[in-house]
Design a protein around this ligand. Structure first.
Ligand SMILES: C[S@@+](CC[C@H](N)C(=O)[O-])C[C@H]1O[C@@H](n2cnc3c(N)ncnc32)[C@H](O)[C@@H]1O
Length: 331
């Protein structure tokens, strides 16, 4: 398979992480391996990059790169970054700390362009939109059953089983979709007649629910709803909330955490986390005397969010909504 993804804000990533020979890094979202590759080059054979991705296709693709370039300093792991600490314990020595940890959230161009995976509203496919491979799903299924937890949430389940109010909530919140109510109503109306199985069906339902001049033709009517469903079915916001504190624990003093997000809710989670961890006191404002014993852990490096340059957006329009934030573990 031809796995293509143009890395976003690569120049800025290198500027903020400044990888040096012998250092250890984590790329929590390998994708096409754009960041992992340049970091691996800079840290030389004495350093290590732990590269994680939930998608087995991304892992297999990068395994070929490792073979071709005979890279000896990349540890590839097919897993969810929400298990960051567990992964590090499994693959590194006890108490291993890292010079930098990067998250480049969302999906890769390869995933979006793969017609079989249901991420795109431009082709007809089963309602899937999951990052994980089948093998991982089976593993997770067994694990979840052992733990008495539910199986993963599929987009098909969301569309056909969730209550109308729940559909409105996710389409509105995760998709920032103004027509959330009418889209949810149309989905419920349609599924009473027959189950909704494909992205093609869903696109037609959405088109029926929105005005003809939707967003003045600036974006496809299904863009926001598809984004919302992807975020909900992959638990994207929760994964990020679970992973950030673990990343912080894995940094060495002076080590940096870099997050690139493409959605305002993701960016808000990162911003609030950095803010909280860079404060001495996190007591509610109505408490006059500090009782939290909270310590400053992070220094915020990017006071304002960093955006891609106009030149980059021109070359790679998919970079246009990227927002980068960087923080450093206090020494
Ligand atoms: C935007 S792409 C990363 C692109 C990469 N920086 C590059 O330069 O090629 C995001 C990747 O994160 C992966 N991903 C999304 N959620 C994940 C999670 N919770 N754990 C691990 N990987 C995840 C996706 O499968 C996808 O390959």
């Amino acid at each position: 398979m031809n796995y293509t993804h143009i890395p976003v804000m690569l120049k800025e990533i290198l500027e903020y992480l400044d990888p040096k020979p012998g250092q250890y890094f984590i790329d929590c979202t390998l994708g096409g391996g754009g960041y992992t590759m340049v970091i691996a080059e800079r840290i030389k054979e004495s350093g290590r990059v732990l590269a994680i991705d939930l998608d087995e296709t991304a892992i297999n693709n990068f395994q070929l790169t490792i073979n071709n370039y005979e890279l000896k300093n990349v540890v590839l792991v097919n897993n969810n970054f929400k298990n960051l600490k567990e992964i590090v314990v499994k693959y590194f020595v006890k108490n291993q700390k890292f010079s930098g940890i990067v998250f480049d959230l969302g999906l890769s161009s390869a995933q979006l362009d793969d017609k079989s995976r249901g991420f795109s509203f431009k082709s007809d496919a089963p309602l899937d939109m999951n990052y994980e491979s089948e093998i991982m799903n089976q593993e997770l299924g067994i694990r979840n059953q052992e733990l008495g937890m539910n199986q993963k949430i599929t987009v098909e389940k969301i569309i056909n089983q969730w209550r109308e109010s729940e559909l409105i909530k996710i389409i509105k919140e995760y998709g920032e979709e103004r027509c959330a109510k009418s889209i949810a109503r149309e989905i419920v109306k349609f599924r009473k007649l027959k189950p909704i199985k494909t992205t093609g069906q869903l696109v037609e339902i959405i088109k029926n629910a929105v005005p003809k001049n939707y967003e003045h033709y600036r974006i496809h009517p299904a863009t926001r709803t598809f984004q919302a469903l992807r975020i909900a079915s992959n638990n994207e916001l929760e994964n990020l909330k679970i992973a950030l504190p673990q990343a912080l624990e894995l940094l060495q003093p002076g080590g940096r955490i870099v997050v690139i997000s493409f959605h305002s809710l993701e960016d808000r989670i990162v911003k609030q986390f950095f803010k909280q961890e860079s404060k001495e006191c996190i007591c509610p404002s109505e408490i006059p005397i500090c009782r939290c014993d909270h310590q400053i852990k992070l220094k915020i490096i990017t006071k304002k969010v960093v955006r891609p340059s106009a030149e980059e957006v021109l070359k790679n329009p998919r970079a246009r909504s990227a927002k980068m934030r960087v923080a450093e573990l206090s020494s």
